[in-house]
Design a binder for this molecule. Structure first.
Ligand SMILES: Cc1cc2nc3c(=O)[nH]c(=O)nc-3n(C[C@H](O)[C@H](O)[C@H](O)COP(=O)(O)O)c2cc1C
Length: 361
């Protein structure tokens, strides 16, 4: 990347420039990963109740789906979800530019290009992780997207695919995209194997190389670099934040969403007290009422909230009540109220038992 571009970026960032084209470090300090079938609008509404600061990403939507599909179904979201990035998949610069423009019209805060997803379906359409092999094409895509919108355009990638040498593949991709003005990169710190591993295996089997992502940040201090892959909690996030600008977590906050309740305080230094789990359920009830009134099944929401009491007394009862009742009574938000009452009864019982135990000691 040309040194002038670096210093111009750094200078703009220092001034807190929010001209729409660039992000600042606090914008990307903590984010929840795009996850197909998981981070839909209902999940994101739920996640937002726990953290006002976390940056949220949509599931990947292909450029052609945005151009030709049912846009409202694919792109509509709740205003509460901001800051919110739309992740696009594709490899045709003009199609991506058009999809990015449509995303901008919908009010998203960022357009992200998926260069990391290894699924077969995605490979056959020439997008996702296989694009690591064609960095010039990726740069062409992001240049076209940047030309079409005022929003920040960002890239989420792997460190390489198949036999690529990761340092070369990752740095090449980042440098080519930075040259056309991209300044934020999210790196899932493992390779993807395009043949022989399923998408799921590709999220666990290739070893993580966090060091390479730290080196990327060191080599390009003016770029914003977020690290992703296998980060389990806030403590580990803090460690990574010593070496990168941002962390992105996917599976951990999906399985244990209440970990987000510590994000604003512990990672952003905010003073506000997060909602308790009980308050979150109360906040979900009017949302569930609107949801079913608009014709969606209750389960579209409850399937995302199963982990709310993860590791707590009553966690199992919560999950069981929701999974047994929400699909059957698809238009009845009372299921949430009942599940909460069962959790509270279990917690009271457990506290009384512990008090008796302590008295006997
Ligand atoms: C169910 C599921 C769906 C995913 N879908 C996407 C996707 O649409 N776009 C994408 O870039 N990554 C996708 N990913 C990968 C995640 O964004 C993330 O990079 C990966 O899970 C590693 O982060 P983690 O270890 O914190 O989960 C998906 C992951 C999961 C578990």
């Amino acid at each position: 990347m040309h040194p002038d571009t670096f210093s111009a970026l750094a200078e703009r960032r220092e001034k807190g420039d929010k001209d729409g084209m660039s992000l600042t470090a606090p914008d990307i300090r903590f984010s929840v990963a795009p996850m197909m079938d998981w981070t839909d609008r209902h999940d994101r509404y739920f996640l937002r109740l726990m953290s006002k600061r976390a940056r949220l990403y949509t599931e990947m939507v292909t450029a052609d789906a945005v151009r030709f599909g049912d846009r409202d179904k694919l792109l509509a979201y709740n205003q509460e979800e901001h800051p919110l990035a739309l992740q696009l998949g594709g490899s045709d610069p003009s199609a991506l530019a058009e999809a990015a423009r449509i995303g901008e019209d919908y009010g998203y805060d960022e357009i992200n290009l998926n260069v990391g997803c290894p699924s077969d379906r995605v490979q056959s359409g020439q997008f996702g992780a296989c694009l690591m092999q064609t960095p010039d094409l990726v740069a062409e895509c992001v240049a076209a997207m940047r030309g079409a919108v005022k929003l920040p355009v960002t890239v989420k990638s792997r460190i390489g695919v198949d036999e690529q040498e990761p340092r070369e593949a990752l740095f090449m991709l980042v440098e080519k995209c930075a040259r056309v003005g991209v300044s934020h990169f999210i790196v899932h710190a493992r390779k993807a194997w395009l043949e022989g591993l399923s998408p799921r295996e590709n999220r666990d089997i290739p070893p993580l190389d966090y060091d390479l992502v730290y080196q990327l940040k060191q080599a390009h201090p003016a770029l914003l670099i977020s690290i992703n892959g296998g980060i389990e909690n806030i403590e580990d996030s803090q460690t990574h934040l010593g070496k990168t600008d941002g962390v992105m977590l996917g599976r951990a906050p999906y399985k244990n969403p209440y970990l987000l309740a510590a994000v604003d305080r512990d990672l952003f230094g905010d003073a506000a007290t997060p909602l308790s789990r009980t308050e979150i359920v109360h906040a979900l009830i009017p949302y569930a009422e609107r949801l079913v009134k608009n014709g969606s099944p209750l389960h579209a929401l409850t399937r995302h909230v199963m982990g709310l009491f993860q590791g707590m007394p009553g966690g199992k009862i919560w999950r069981r009540h929701l999974s047994e009742n929400a699909p059957r009574r698809g238009d009845d938000p009372q299921v949430l109220v009942e599940a909460l009452a069962l959790v509270e009864a279990e917690q009271t019982k457990r506290a009384a038992y512990e008090a008796v135990q302590q008295a006997g000691e």
